[in-house]
Design a protein around this ligand. Structure first.
Ligand code: DAH
Length: 328
């Protein structure tokens, strides 16, 4: 057989063999049969040396052309195999963007935070500033400056939780009155929400709860302003039909003092305490009580949240049980 016939056969064989290779691995192995060390094309190249000199040049050209053609067939098949591998991959890992997604759970503010923010937003519309105070407090700020006598039973009645070093966990947000008024020149009005602590636990009491304190001092601030503010606050929280009633009461830091109730359904709900800031409290803060007077009130935020969200047991607010909080 002539060299040309031999090479034509090799080329045809390579074409058929490469087509038959089903994978890139197969294809590489098949290539070795032609172009590898022991491949047929390589053998043809080697056999050139045995040819007479006058035939060698032409045969060399023919073998080299065939070698190039086999290479080209290999590359073409390789590209085809790679293309189909890629489309298979795409088909297998197809992403159906029309499938419904997995919705990540969405959180929401705690009911207390919601009510607290709602309350603060209301007072901001009346020109109040938000004021903060410490939860670990001195006896002076929590009791003394608020006109609690040294051995007044009120200090026990409040079930105070003391901490090491003689300080205590504030039993009410009234401490912020002292902290905010001291060193400030009236007129001013503040609202102070925050956590307070008492040694107490049942369905409606928890050792930690939240109060909101409001106080307003000016030259001619009267009890009428206090009533008007509380009425507006009640209507904001409980609706336009809400009413407020006042019962005479005693607090060391206000004079006169009252407890107030707000309408709830058919009845009344105990809502908080209020009064005209005691002249001694003003004086304790360096404010001249002959010139300035003001009102203050304070109430629990938790109770409002319980009413608003229909929560029967205060523990549900603080247990941190997501199943409960999700319902609110
Ligand atoms: N501090 C009182 C308490 O925790 C509530 C209170 C009563 C606050 C009368 C006031 C007030 O500002 O004027 O029971």
């Amino acid at each position: 057989m002539s060299t040309a016939d031999e090479l034509a056969r090799i080329l045809e064989e390579a074409g058929v063999a490469f087509e038959a290779a089903g994978s890139l691995q197969d294809l590489r192995e098949t290539r070795a049969r032609f172009l590898g060390k022991k491949g047929t094309v390589t053998a043809a190249l080697r056999s050139l040396g045995g040819l007479p000199a006058d035939e060698r040049a032409l045969a060399g050209q023919q073998v080299n052309r065939t070698k190039g053609e086999v290479e080209a067939l290999f590359e073409a098949r390789k590209a085809a195999l790679e293309r189909s591998a890629r489309s298979r991959d795409l088909a297998e890992h197809r992403l159906d963007v029309t499938l419904p997604g997995a919705a990540p759970p969405r959180g929401h503010l705690h009911p207390i935070a919601r009510v607290e923010r709602d309350m603060c937003a209301f007072f901001r519309t009346l020109g109040y500033s938000i004021e903060d105070g410490p939860e670990v407090e001195t006896d002076f700020h929590n009791f003394g400056a608020l006109n609690f006598p040294e051995d007044h039973p009120a200090r026990d009645l409040q079930d105070t939780i003391f901490v090491e070093g003689g300080n205590l966990l504030r039993t009410h947000t009234s401490n912020v009155q002292i902290r905010a008024m001291t060193g400030r020149e009236p007129p001013f009005r503040f609202v102070a929400p925050g956590r307070v602590y008492r040694h107490d636990l049942d369905a409606t009491h928890y050792p930690m709860f939240h109060q909101i304190e409001a106080f307003c001092v000016g030259e001619d601030v009267t009890f009428a302003h206090l009533k008007g503010t509380l009425y507006a606050f009640a209507r904001h929280l409980f609706g336009q039909d809400a009413r407020v009633r006042f019962r005479a009461h005693f607090f060391p830091f206000t004079e006169p003092s009252a407890e107030m109730d707000v309408t709830w359904g058919e009845g009344w709900l105990e809502w908080g305490g209020c009064g005209m800031i005691h002249p001694k409290v003003l004086a304790n803060c360096g404010i001249d009580p002959d010139r300035w007077q003001g009102f203050a009130f304070g109430m629990a935020i938790d109770r409002t949240a319980m009413l608003r969200y229909g929560i029967g047991n205060i523990r549900h607010l603080f247990d941190g049980d997501v199943r409960v909080l999700e319902q609110l």
